[in-house]
Design a protein around this ligand. Structure first.
Ligand code: SF4
Length: 301
């Protein structure tokens, strides 16, 4: 057993659903959501994301003792919709397991009546299921190490996914161990990189926009996408396009997907059409959060 399989890591959820956004939309996917993020994105959903004095952050006032499970938390309209995956007050709701135990939980979650052994190569469709690492920020050092251990355990069980996505904010540097692992495996790695815009998330560009770090990801895989949460305001589109240029300048040619602001179904309906129209007229793909349309806003879908 390697060191990576001995240490325990915090995670918030392991679930099985479809990928709802971007390139892999519709693919049956096992998800693991790690705890921790280096950003906060408190500006999401605020009247002026660039002015912290105007923020309302309902997650700060939420009484954690009123729930026993992550799945019972509300989806907050303002601030990061995944604040429970990084705010310390929610840490007691998190699971804490070794990578081998996490791998077993992932296998368990994809078991169902048509796939009783939880095989990534599905016995009915004969297609490989996808595995997605998300967060929080899944490429924090802890997430990188946990990932290697999970993969090694799935490999030992001869039950590997066909491809793996990292849903990252694109700020983290990859550790040498992760780079070596990523270069050595045959399973496709896909980087779904979602840089956070100042005009939408309130995160300063100096913290949130790191094209040089993402350029290093190309050593592991050339496959990926740039995904931006954008609303209707022109200043958001201008910032998005200037950030895309920064990524292009370091050699990242991944397709751009635009995801309309708003985590909740009703917000999407109100603005998604207008944002989608703006996106395709400017030549970008539209990521429409299909899982929210199919399953609503529940955590764990
Ligand atoms: S990067 Fe993602 S998880 Fe982290 S604070 Fe921003 S929206 Fe939340």
């Amino acid at each position: 057993m390697s060191n990576t399989t001995e240490k325990k890591y915090h995670y918030s959820e392991i679930f099985y659903s479809i990928q709802g956004e971007g390139h892999y939309t519709g693919a049956p996917t096992a998800w693991i959501r790690f705890f921790l993020c280096n950003l906060q994105c408190n500006g999401f959903g605020q009247s002026d994301p660039t002015n912290p004095d105007t923020y309302e952050l309902p997650f700060l006032d939420f009484d954690v003792k009123s729930v026993k499970r992550v799945e019972d938390l509300p989806v907050w309209e303002k601030g990061c919709d995944s604040s429970y995956t990084w705010a310390k007050k929610f840490k007691d709701l998190m699971g804490h397991e070794t990578p081998s135990a996490l791998a077993n939980k992932i296998v368990d979650i994809i078991k169902n009546e048509s796939n009783p052994e939880g095989k990534f190569l599905h016995p009915v469709s004969k297609f490989h299921q996808h595995l997605c690492f998300t967060g929080g920020e899944p490429l924090m050092v802890t997430g990188q190490m946990a990932t290697i251990g999970i993969y090694e355990e799935l490999q030992r069980q001869n039950n590997l996914p066909g491809s793996m996505t990292f849903e990252t904010n694109g700020t983290q540097k990859l550790k040498p161990a992760f780079l070596d692992w990523g270069k050595s495996i045959d399973t496709e790695i896909f980087f779904s990189c979602s840089p956070k815009l100042f005009t939408v998330s309130g995160e300063k560009s100096s913290r949130a926009i790191k094209p040089d770090h993402v350029a290093e990801y190309l050593q592991v895989s050339k496959k990926g996408q740039l995904k931006f949460v954008v609303g209707e305001k022109e200043r958001e589109w201008e910032e998005m396009e200037s950030v895309v240029k920064q990524f292009r300048d370091v050699g990242i040619d991944w397709p751009v997907w635009i995801m309309p602001t708003g985590a909740r179904e009703e917000e999407q309906t109100a603005s998604a059409g207008k944002v989608a129209e703006k996106a395709f007229k400017r030549g970008y793909n539209v990521a429409a959060r299909v899982h929210v349309y199919l399953f609503g806003n529940a955590i764990g879908t």
